[in-house]
Structure formats: structure tokens, C-alpha cells
Design a protein around this ligand. Sequence first.
Ligand SMILES: *[C@@H]1O[C@H](CO)[C@@H](O)[C@H](O)[C@H]1NC(C)=O
Length: 234
Amino acid sequence: MNSQPNTATNLMAQLALVPAVEATVEATAKSTEGGILTAKSTEGGILTAIVKSTEGEILSNYFIETCRTVLPVLDKLGPSMAVIRSDIGGNIQRLEEICGSGKSEYKFLYEIVRKEAAEGTAKKPLSCTRAILWLTRAMDFSVVLLRDLMEQPEWSLKQAVEHAYNITLKQWHGWISAAAFKVGLKLIPEREKFIGLLGDMKGDTEKFISVLPPVLQENHKFLQSLRLDRLKSS
Ligand SMILES: *[C@@H]1O[C@H](CO)[C@@H](O)[C@H](O)[C@H]1NC(C)=O
């Protein structure tokens, strides 16, 4: 299990068929354990992950839960992804415990950022804005990696990870983070082993890489509009 029952219920309440009416979707089924999207609608239609409320805002819980579903996938890459994995885990935890993402006033992801921007704390090292920014970047990385693995069967796993890193996280990493990533690259298992471990998560992977990119784009645009999209790490 990678989420609490009531968190999963919240998530499922937020997954709906078009047109989205949050409250009417029953939380009934859960997909394969360790799957990328852990919730499924049972209405029989195509699962369209609606990450927005009827007001058109991205829901904090949905975003966090979606980020969380990547963790078991990264775990399968072993210690090589330890740095990125702990970064994602830490940012999720920060949003939940410190930023009050579970509270109703922060139901919408951007409320958290707007509040910090208004208070002038958004750029602080441990801000919730930074947590959202880095989660978005880590999801950019995850999407590119999984898409490459599906679309570039001749690439080694190391090549795919390096490519995803080069075009997503690298430009934002200072030398400490970049060096940590390089060490991880040396520990990457063989592609066959990883694909084998991923097993029957293919359907979930396809959903993940098609549903998430527009949300990530929107996050970037929003953060950019507040000039908060270009913060770097050490
Ligand atoms: C990633 O970038 C490095 C440094 O520019 C380069 O040497 C390497 O070939 C790139 N790797 C991939 C897979 O694109």
C-alpha cells in the first residue's frame, strides 16, 4: 500500500470521468499495488484523471498522491535513484506536514504558493513553493524517463536515465546535486531487470505519461507568472 485509505479515498473522489463532478465518483477500486496511478474509476468509461476541481484549479491532494505513486517505480531502480527519491519523499512530506495541504484552505495547490508569494516567503530554502517546484521537476524527469523507456527500446537504462536527467533536472542542479546524481548513475541496473521489475505496470505507465504533462506545464506556467520557476539547488 502506498497511501492511507482515506487519502486514497480523497484521490479517488478527485478522479472523475468527463464532465468532472468531484463528489459523485465512488471510491471503490484500487489498481495493482505499486501501480503508477493507484486509483481507478469504476464507471466503466475511459479513466480520465481530473486533477482539477470544477472551479478549474489543480487539487493539492491529487497532485501529491500522483507524485507519491512514482516512488515505488524509482525504488525499482535501486540505490541509483536514492537522491531523487528522497527529494520527492521529503517534498511530499513538507507539503503534507508543514504546508497544510490537507487543510481546506489549501485544497488548491496554487493557494499554497499564492500565500507564500504574498508573505514574501516563497523563495526561502524550505518553502512550500520550492517543494511544489521540485516535485514538478521530479515529475518532469519521471515522465521523460518512462516515456523514453517505452519509446526507445534500444536504449540502455543508464542512457534513458541520463537523457531524462539532462533535459529536465540538470539545469536546476548545482554541483553538489549533480555530483550525487552522477554517483547514482554508476549503480543503475540493466534495462531488462528494471522492465522485468516493472512487470504489469505498463497500462499505468501509459496513463501517467499522458495525464501528467499538461498538469506539469500548468505548474510551470503558474510559477513562471510569479517569477518562481527558476530557483536552483546547491
Ligand atoms: C548528457 O549530458 C552529458 C553532458 O553534456 C553528455 O556527455 C551525455 O552524452 C548526455 N547523455 C545523454 C544520454 O543524452
